[in-house]
Design a protein. Structure first.
Length: 213
């Protein structure tokens, strides 16, 4: 049997063995540390799991490091898109607020739900930025020799400035929503007061009629 034939036979065995070792390693980690599935986004991992991954890979290649950072960046972009969608829905509701003057409960509840969505995405954006910056700081010195630290600097600036702009924007939106919720509550209280006053007037009228009879 020639060398090429031997390699052709050995290669599938190597692939199967490597795949089995990978699965065994992942299954062992899953059972021992209860780690989440590997296809989860990094932001879905708890802080301890995320930093265990960083700690266990101190000598990551730039390729692997770049994939990790790109995953965080994708989560960051997704959070921004979700926040922008919630803001658009809020602006559409805000433009129709006068239509709900007789029923302020509905827009109040919808605005409250939007505020929670915006606040959640604001926190996710901040969390992504924090993890991204920590990873940059962790690996900056190790990538300096290959000049990849300059790319880290560019990524870091984009995340820092972008997160700051999003935070300011979303805080202004949350302030607008909170104001609208307060106004809706005031309208609801006024309507309730009118209803109670009407009931009192009717009750007094009925009592007067009974007294006359």
């Amino acid at each position: 049997m020639g060398t090429e034939d031997s390699r052709a036979l050995i290669r599938p065995i190597q692939i199967v063995t490597a795949e089995f070792a990978k699965q065994l390693s992942e299954e062992t980690l899953q059972k021992r540390f209860r780690l989440p599935k590997t296809d989860q986004s990094l932001m879905e991992k708890t802080d301890d799991v995320f930093w265990q991954k960083v700690y266990d890979n101190p000598d990551q290649t730039w390729e692997r490091l770049g994939k990790s950072m790109e995953s965080i960046r994708q989560d960051w972009e997704s959070a921004k898109m979700a926040a922008h969608q919630a803001v658009r829905e809020w602006r559409a509701l805000e433009a129709r607020m006068e239509e709900y003057d007789d029923n302020p409960i509905e827009p109040r509840d919808r605005a409250d739900g939007m505020a929670k969505r915006v606040a959640r995405q604001k926190n996710v954006i901040a969390g992504c930025a924090a993890r991204f910056m920590r990873v940059c700081c962790t690996y900056k010195e190790r990538t300096r020799s290959s000049r990849q630290d300059m790319r880290l600097d560019d990524y870091a600036k984009e995340i820092i400035y972008g997160s700051r702009a999003e935070r300011v924007r979303l805080e202004m939106v949350l302030k607008d929503i909170d104001g609208a919720i307060d106004r809706a509550k005031n309208k609801q209280n006024k309507l309730m007061s009118k209803v109670l006053n009407k009931k009192k007037e009717l009750r007094a009228l009925l009592e007067d009629q009974k007294a006359c009879c």
